[in-house]
Design a protein around this ligand. Structure first.
Ligand SMILES: *[C@@H]1O[C@H](CO)[C@@H](O)[C@H](O)[C@H]1NC(C)=O
Length: 848
């Protein structure tokens, strides 16, 4: 028998190319890391089995033909372990339904199955079944000889001890009892540690691999590394492989191309000296690709003068070396994350195929390809003592889900003492809601949380990066009773009346009922691991200072800010964590109804309890306690998110000063985006919107102040630098505007007249108010004012026209970039208005 290893997966790359299903679709193909190392025909049966189980049927493995066939070569216990790993469900052999007689057993033995007394499985029946099932799952691999299959059968015959054939009941027994838990030791070498490849521009199986795994959203195909040119068809896509297993055509580019910017409607290709072509991105996955040619004579390394742009902005074919893409990124090929086997860099040159003219073509920012790897803060790692419920898979890929429990260590109920209150069943979330800010691989600075319905554990950011989590935490029970104890309720009271006291059914202790009220799938959601970590900080009320923020110790390990440096994955993880923390408030908001419903179940449960002595009114106290707790959450989210960001930014700046001339590369966008808190407004601190007052226009020639007849109001303008001024209730009403005088008076080019008008004024725009509070606050401050037009703070003069209007004398406010320009214009106006004259002194706002 050959000694194979599972080598390679192309699936995520295919998905990223829009050829196959979306990430996060519920039914997903076999996770290679969940498969053990076996002979390839068997591996295809097992892969098909777990592809199928994944869409439901965890307790009906023996109703699936490929599972029955796989069990015979892969081992019952190991197959169940793989199903658990794949689905995240707890699967027991005991819970499996019996082998399906009609469709599977009869299919093995033939029509004699329905004869009186039935019939047993012969060796020939089994061999036919095994090969038939390989054909049925379209395996490209078959055993090296029938001797391999006969040896499998002999092991079953020996176990059943029913002679040379095996009857239904004994075969069914073998499926249920032969090897669970697994007692056989495997002699195969351990599987290479494996994780999915998010971006590997030219996947090349590592040397020494004997198989490659192709994954489509619900199909897995495993082949031996081909020695001749071979085509794999999976989910309608054909991938042609060169000898050795490297794709040479099809949807996979055979060389790293520049990746166009995401979410653009068109892609701009450039080449020196002046070639530019703007190509619309095909609108849908079934739109025809756009066929593009570069400048005349321009060829790629295959000698072609064309390449394709596919939906949703993917280049197929090779770009000629002088072609650039504006805003594009040149991916840096990286070791597949988690891969510990040999690997050959498919693109050893890291130079960028930038155009000689220097037009923007790409950057060498590394894509965030590694699986998210920040460990839990040590404060939260000790979850067993908290009785709260991180997904058991949070830290390890293969741990089995186990029943959850609650504790109360201060009253002696702890893991250590072996007396925790445990749910007799393990509750696992399958179909549910998945909250995510998006994949880490997408990069960027998004902090907006989205929710989608999923049919099972989402792929997320790779293995063990999506957690099932309780919205209303199990740990709250401990926290509540700790709080009661802190308020003088003794442990004996809590234990005698709640933890150990049987409820109305005379059997179930109240503490277990409380646990069961919480540990339900309706109270569970899927979340990305960093969101779960962030929530732990808030719920456990730890890491709350700026000097000791969440993930401090991991952030302390940042040592190199260069894009190709040793800290790049860590920095990308920290940015993703910080963005998840910023989304935590949104998570609490989005799950509030679930939280409330679960809290209500707990409160109603507490209302059932009659203690021996009336020391505390349990449901009333619970409600008070929960109100106080929840009130700390909003600030707890915001302050910690900002503390994480600030600590991170300081650390990056420090390291950049030490090692990179003070420069943090643009590759780390969150650093450059700044804090989650928007920049502080630069608005005046006196006479805030709503303040009313008059305008003081200046003094007349006799030295008398000219005040406006109308009372104006300071208005919120929608800007955070200037208010506005008007007569209406708010900025939507009548307010100061600026009328361009350029074409009205020859002396007034670039000069504005500022005033209110109840009718539309041609060539006008909003005028904002610049007001100097001179350090004073309050709303009774007489301040100098001027106006802001098109973001320019202007200098103004005022003219009294001496023209009697309906509401008083008409006064003009004339503003320009300089006092001289405003004065020149004012003189021009006065030539048409001999009675008018300038006012002297300062334009002011005078609160009334
Ligand atoms: C793209 O266009 C060129 C001619 O400019 C042609 O030779 C080539 O076959 C086309 N490719 C595809 C895939 O349509």
């Amino acid at each position: 028998m050959r000694i194979p290893t599972v080598g390679f997966e192309f699936g995520v790359l295919l998905q990223a190319m829009g050829v196959l299903g979306l990430l996060g679709v519920p039914a997903r193909a076999a996770i290679p890391a969940c498969l053990k190392t076996v002979e390839l025909s068997c591996l295809n049966l097992a892969a098909n089995c777990i592809d199928t189980v994944n869409s439901g049927a965890v307790n009906n493995l023996w109703g699936i033909k490929s599972c029955v066939a796989a069990a015979t070569c892969y081992g019952v216990g190991d197959l169940i372990t793989s199903v658990e790993c794949q689905t995240g469900f707890t699967v027991t052999n005991a819970a499996q339904s019996s082998l399906d007689y009609t469709t599977i057993y009869a299919g093995i033995v033939g029509s004699c199955a329905f004869a009186s007394g039935g019939c047993s499985i012969t060796q020939q029946n089994y061999v036919d079944f095994y090969y038939g099932e390989l054909t049925a799952v379209s395996s490209s691999n078959f055993p090296s000889s029938t001797a391999v299959v006969i040896a499998l059968w002999n092991a079953i015959v020996a176990w059943a001890a029913t002679g040379s054939t095996v009857p239904y009941l004994n075969f069914n027994d073998w499926l249920h009892f032969s090897s669970f838990p697994s007692t056989t030791t495997t002699t195969a070498p351990p599987i290479a540690s494996y994780t999915e490849i998010y971006w590997n521009p030219n996947p090349a199986p590592p040397s020494g691999a004997v198989s490659e795994t192709f994954v489509q959203s619900s199909t897995t195909v495993i082949i031996a590394i081909p020695t001749t040119t071979t085509t794999v068809v999976i989910g309608g896509a054909s991938i042609t492989l060169a000898p050795g297993g490297t794709p040479i055509n099809g949807p996979l580019p055979s060389d790293p191309n520049i990746i166009p910017p995401t979410s653009v409607a068109s892609v701009t290709f450039t080449a020196p000296p002046s070639f530019t072509t703007i190509v619309p991105v095909p609108a849908a996955s079934n739109s025809p690709p756009k066929n593009i040619t570069g400048p005349p004579g321009d060829k790629n390394s295959n000698g072609d003068d064309w390449w394709l742009l596919l939906f949703p902005g993917i280049i197929a074919g090779l770009l000629p070396l002088d072609i650039g893409i504006i805003g594009g990124i040149k991916p840096t090929p990286g070791l597949p994350p988690g891969w510990t086997g040999p690997w050959t860099d498919p693109d050893p040159t890291t130079t960028i195929s930038a155009s000689a003219s220097g037009s923007p073509s790409g950057s060498s920012c590394p894509r965030p390809t590694s699986v998210y790897a920040l460990s839990d803060d040590s404060e939260n790692a000790d979850w067993e003592d908290n009785g709260d419920d991180p997904d058991r898979r949070r830290n390890t890929l293969v741990a089995r889900a186990s029943p959850r429990f609650i504790t109360l260590p201060i009253c002696g109920i702890s893991k250590q003492n072996g007396n925790v209150v445990t749910n007799p069943s393990a509750v696992s979330l399958g179909a549910g809601t998945y909250y995510s800010i998006g994949l880490k691989a997408a990069g960027g600075v998004n902090t907006v949380l989205n929710s989608i319905a999923v049919g099972g554990r989402p792929v997320g950011n790779g293995p063990a990066t999506v957690n099932q989590e309780h919205v209303f935490e199990l740990g709250y029970i401990k926290q509540f009773f700790e709080a009661l104890n802190g308020n003088g309720i003794p442990c004996t009271w809590i234990l005698d009346n709640v933890y150990n006291r049987a409820g109305w059914d005379g059997a179930t202790p109240w503490a277990l009922s409380l646990l069961l009220d919480i540990d339900q799938v309706v109270n569970m959601v899927w979340v990305d691991k960093p969101l779960n970590q962030a929530k732990s900080n808030v719920v456990n009320q730890d890491k709350q200072t700026a000097a000791d923020p969440p993930q401090r110790s991991n952030m302390n390990n940042i040592a190199d800010v260069t894009p190709g440096g040793t800290s790049v994955n860590l920095i990308q993880d920290v940015e993703y964590f910080a963005r998840n923390f910023a989304a935590l408030g949104g998570y609490f908001g989005a799950t509030a109804a679930t939280f409330r419903a679960t809290a209500l179940r707990v409160q109603n449960r507490l209302a059932q309890i009659t203690p021996d002595t009336p020391a505390v009114n349990l449901p009333v106290q619970f409600n008070n306690w929960l109100r106080g707790l929840a009130a700390t959450y909003p600030a707890g989210c915001t302050s910690r998110a900002n503390n994480v960001f600030n600590y991170y930014a300081n650390k990056m700046t420090t390291e950049a000063n030490l090692g990179n001339n003070g420069v943090v590369p643009q590759c780390f966008p969150l650093y450059h985006t700044g804090n989650f808190i928007p920049p502080a407004p630069t608005l005046p601190l006196c006479n805030i919107p709503g303040t009313q007052g008059k305008i003081h226009f200046g003094q007349d020639p006799g030295g008398n102040p000219e005040l406006s007849f109308s009372t104006f109001r300071i208005l919120g303008s929608g800007r955070t630098d200037f208010y506005a001024l008007g007569l209406g209730a708010d900025f939507a009403g009548e307010h100061f505007i600026a009328e361009d005088l350029t074409t009205l008076y020859s002396a007034c080019s670039g000069v504005w007249a500022i005033g209110v008008s109840s009718t539309a004024v041609p060539a006008s725009t909003d005028a904002f108010l610049a007001m100097d509070c001179a350090g004073q606050t309050g709303n009774q401050v007489t301040t100098p004012i001027t106006f802001v037009v098109n973001d320019q703070v202007l200098d103004c003069v005022t003219i009294n026209s001496e023209l009697q209007g309906t509401a008083g004398i008409t006064i003009y406010i004339i503003c320009a970039g300089s006092n001289a320009a405003a004065t020149t214009c004012g003189n021009g106006i006065l030539q048409t208005d001999p009675q008018g004259h300038f006012l002297t002194g300062t334009l002011q706002f005078v609160p009334t």
